[in-house]
Design a protein around this ligand. Structure first.
Ligand code: NDP
Length: 483
């Protein structure tokens, strides 16, 4: 039975109720976690609030050192944590290890930045007497970090890293279906020397626990990653108190493959971009627009690549040259993806590869990796976020058509283009409505670069030095009396 971490103590919820965490590949219970109540949230926020004054005054080097010691502990337990992640989330072991490494890299990045944060000195006009200005950065207070199930570790790290380093204290709310690895990581960070209450974790349903956390008067900052509909609700709840909110929401990233693209590289990028994490990534490559003169060879190479994926348990290594693809995270998730695919098929789309639920694996939420062609652009697989391994591929005449179709989406998270033509690259960077454009690269959230969407993909940035700006307030100071 897992527990929650509140004020440095492992605790059960006030209700004493526990709920099971299920393995998406087998349906088996991995462990149970407390079903927190609003009372538990109050306790966690109170602990975070109590620890804020001292933590916010600590030397930044000290904060960085505490985090680094925690990272060493997490690294020492990486196989155990990755195994937990595979069993609660469904992803293959090599992907779980990659996620853990991304978490460690991201937290180390912020630990390294801790002592490098600066304010500014501003010369001022002298009509009121000689004075100068300073702009100083001050931590905010208690931060709520609300995390989805697709990347439970990295998406916790993108919030906890900058929040702690800037001097804030944190209450983490992991997704109900993936609380185990995240809670284990929080525990290791705590054991390595964070003062009690600086980092807390509460488990329980988002609509109760998450919403109470967002609404709590002592929570001043909400860092949320999840679905667009939930993000809208978070805004409604946080809005009346003018809380600082960042929303990292859904995406439907387009990929443009031009006539001059290195097709092997482009196919590799699309395969990783679409089928990593069984297609359950916000920044997944979700629609591909291929110039008509390279459409056929691209499709042929793509289908050859897709045929290498073998659905199966994440902890079982497939025989080469097969590549493991895990199950979808929940039965509901798979049903939704199948319904989106069905809608496209009813409107005239064709399955070029996959499309079926594999036989003999009824306990898990498996789905064959799928490629669709001849898909109408107003169908659900294009206009909605498809959170699963289904990829529509389109033939386009030229760059204008590619960009027009790429932008025909309510989302604006990422986008990519495969070409060496500098004019096309420039056009894509200028005209694609997205928070990020990768050029000849796989969709990936680099720790060093700000990441976040436009349109219905939300607002605010995670990653990079820029993310720290969302965890501090700027205070202007005017210093006079200089004689
Ligand atoms: P959800 O929005 O369902 O849940 C996200 C988190 O919010 C969970 O911890 C959930 O808890 C909690 N939550 C649910 N309802 C509320 C509420 N009313 N108030 C506060 N918190 C609440 O998202 P998913 O977990 O399904 O995650 C997948 C989504 O996340 C996809 O749309 C994906 O694109 C997006 N995402 C965006 C990224 C980005 O950077 N833009 C990155 C990765 C994913 P519980 O689990 O208990 O319901």
């Amino acid at each position: 039975m897992a527990k929650m971490l509140v004020a440095g103590e492992w605790v059960d919820g006030a209700s004493r109720e526990h709920v099971p965490v299920l393995n998406p590949a087998t349906g088996e219970v991995v462990d149970t976690v407390p079903q927190a109540t609003p009372e538990d949230v109050d306790r966690a926020v109170a602990a975070a609030k109590a620890s804020f004054p001292e933590w916010s005054r600590t030397d930044p080097e000290h904060r960085a050192e505490a985090l680094r010691r925690g990272l060493e502990r997490v690294r020492a337990c990486q196989d155990e944590i990755a195994d937990l992640l595979v069993r609660e989330q469904g992803k293959p072991t090599h992907e779980a290890l990659a996620e853990l490494n991304h978490l460690l890299h991201g937290l180390a990045y912020y630990a390294d930045l801790a002592s490098k944060l600066r304010g500014s000195y501003v010369p001022l006009p002298s009509h009121l007497g000689t004075s100068f200005g300073l702009v100083v950065r001050r931590p905010l207070g208690v931060v709520a970090a609300i995390v989805p199930w697709n990347y439970p570790l990295t998406l916790m790290g993108t919030k906890v890293g900058p929040a702690l380093i800037a001097g804030n204290t944190v209450v983490v709310k992991p997704a109900s279906t993936t609380p185990l690895a995240a809670t284990r990581v929080v525990g290791l960070l705590q054991e390595a020397g964070l003062p009690p209450g600086v980092l807390n974790v509460v488990t329980g349903p988002g609509r109760v626990v998450g919403e109470h956390l967002v609404a709590h008067p002592d929570v001043v900052r909400v860092a949320f990653t999840g679905e667009t509909a939930t993000g809208r609700r978070v805004m409604e709840v946080a809005g009346p108190a003018f809380k600082r909110v960042t929303l990292e929401l859904g995406g439907s990233d387009p990929v443009i493959v031009c006539s001059d693209a290195d097709l092997d590289q482009a196919v590799r990028g699309v395969l990783v971009g679409r089928y990593w994490n069984c297609g359950q990534s916000c920044l997944a490559a979700k629609r591909v627009y291929v110039f008509e003169d390279v459409y056929e060879p691209f499709l042929e190479k793509l289908l050859a690549g897709v045929s290498r994926y073998e659905p199966g348990e994440g902890w079982v290594r497939p025989e080469r040259p097969k590549i493991r693809i895990g199950p979808l995270h929940t039965a509901q998730q798979r049903a939704e993806v199948l319904a989106q695919m069905q809608d496209a098929l009813q409107r005239g789309a064709r399955v070029a590869y996959g499309g079926r639920v594999p036989e003999g694996r009824e306990q898990g939420h498996f789905l064959e990796p799928t490629v669709l062609v001849d898909v109408p652009h107003d169908s659900r697989v294009v206009q909605e976020e498809v959170f699963g391994p289904v990829l529509p591929v389109f033939r386009v005449r030229d760059m204008d058509e590619a960009i027009r179709l790429a932008n025909d989406s309510p989302y604006g998270l990422g986008s990519s283009i495969w070409t060496s033509n500098v004019r096309w690259i420039h056009k894509a960077v200028q005209e694609l409505e997205a928070g990020m454009t990768w050029v000849n690269q796989v969709h990936y959230g680099y720790d060093e670069l700000p990441f976040g969407g436009t349109k219905q993909s939300g607002f605010g940035k995670e990653h990079g030095v820029e993310a720290l700006d969302y965890y501090v307030e700027l205070k202007s100071v005017v210093v006079g009396g200089l004689g």
